[in-house]
Design a protein. Structure first.
Ligand code: NIG
Ligand code: FE
Length: 396
């Protein structure tokens, strides 16, 4: 077991994905490579034949090693179960966001202990599938106390926490949206901001309980005044203002991007905003997939994430997302892996994760496969052999 003061050399790496263009191409792939980890960070990367010695040694035995997945979009703190909604959807009922109220009721009724236990289980499940950085949103509380509880629990699990009080308007405010906006941008934000890095809003005029452009703008402006960085749920269910609003507010990412106009794509391409695609949502809601090729061809930075949540994506699996991105979004395996690692890091404005260059956090995945292409080539197969987070082996 590696400890902070013991160094580790990983040898026998058949294929190493560094995401460091210094090693060629966007993925910076090296063969017959080694990595040295010291003080929780990558200390050396290069040919196995030149690897320096270290206190401990891990033999990858010809396997592929890649940076840990960065899942930049999840709603992992919630209670309840919506499998019946899923069954109805598979029988033809479309997704409208209406089921969010079911999760809000269950989450409000749940104890801290239950919420914590369930969220921990999900984050462990993610880690076991290679996710070493995860973003977690609130948004199933929709009252001050439950939003704060959600974010406190999320904060125990990750530094990437997002205040999404403006997920939907809860039933008790259905006839007074103004009052809910005042709550979200006032006392709820004040109570939640100390526990969050990001503010998010579900900007989707097509969904009756979500927010239109003016409402979403108010939420983002208030969040920024409170010192939070911006990300947006936009253009999931139909064309709309989400993408342009995100760009206008310098958002790190706008997520979903399923329905985009030419102007949306041009605005993204000219901005520093990442388009985060969530193909496991379209898979689970049987909706049209976003057009990843159009975004990539326009030069937009694309990330991939799960959106793990009880309504639109029951999966916590980044390997599944990579497989869907290749099969359904027509991304190349290289593009999909980059978007699931370095792309996610860009969507979280993180320079220390998503790559295995010297100085990066030693978050890495050993795949039981000779090449990362197997993530898409062998979908549904548990290929993750070992996960190291900050240089320490996890699990088992
Ligand atoms: O990202 N679109 C809004 N929020 C979630 C789904 C929430 C739910 O249905 O519970 C999403 O897809
Ligand atoms: Fe989401």
């Amino acid at each position: 077991m590696t400890t902070d003061d013991r160094s580790l050399v990983i040898t026998g790496i058949g294929e190493l994905v560094t995401n460091d263009p210094a090693h060629g191409g966007p993925l910076g792939v090296l063969h017959d490579a080694a990595v040295v980890v010291a003080d929780r960070h990558v200390a050396w990367v290069g040919p196995a034949s030149q690897a320096p010695s270290a206190d401990d040694r891990l033999d990858a035995d010809g396997r592929c090693v890649l940076p840990g997945f960065v899942d930049s979009h999840s709603h992992a703190v919630f209670a309840g179960d919506r499998s019946a909604e899923f069954t109805a959807r598979m029988a033809g009922t479309p997704y409208t966001g209406g089921g969010i109220a079911t999760t809000v009721a269950a989450t409000r009724a749940a104890s801290d202990g239950e919420l914590r236990r369930r969220a921990r289980c999900l984050v462990e499940e993610m880690l076991g599938q290679g996710t070493t950085t995860v973003e977690i949103k609130s948004g199933y509380g929709q009252d001050v106390a439950t939003e704060v509880r959600t974010l406190r629990i999320a904060r125990e699990l990750t530094e990437e926490t997002t205040f999404l009080g403006a997920h939907t308007v809860p039933a008790e405010y259905a006839h007074d949206r103004r009052a809910y906006l005042d709550l979200v941008t006032g006392p709820m934000l004040a109570a939640c901001a100390p526990h969050a890095r990001w503010v998010d809003v579900f900007c989707e005029p097509a969904a009756p309980t979500a927010f239109d452009a003016d409402e979403a703008r108010e939420v983002l402006q208030a969040g920024r005044r409170a010192g939070l960085l911006v990300r947006v749920h936009g253009n999931q269910l139909g064309h709309g203002p989400g993408v342009r609003l995100a760009v206008e507010h310098g958002a790190a990412s706008v997520d979903h991007c399923t329905y985009l106009s030419d102007d949306d794509v041009a605005a993204l391409a000219a901005s520093g905003t990442v388009a985060t695609l969530l193909p496991a949502v379209e898979f689970s809601t049987r909706s049209p997939y976003p057009d990843a090729r159009r975004l990539l061809d326009a030069g937009v930075t694309v990330a991939l994430a799960t959106d793990c949540n009880p309504g639109t994506c029951g999966s916590s699996s980044m390997p599944l997302v990579v497989a869907l991105a290749v099969r359904e979004l027509r991304m190349t395996p290289e593009q999909a892996l980059w978007s699931a690692t370095a792309g996610g890091a860009a969507a979280l404005r993180r320079a220390d994760v998503g790559s295995l260059r010297v100085g990066a956090r030693a978050d890495l995945v050993v795949l039981d496969a000779p090449t990362f292409v197997h993530l898409a080539y062998r979908p549904g197969v548990p290929l993750v052999h070992t996960v190291l987070r900050e240089g320490r082996p996890t699990g088992g």
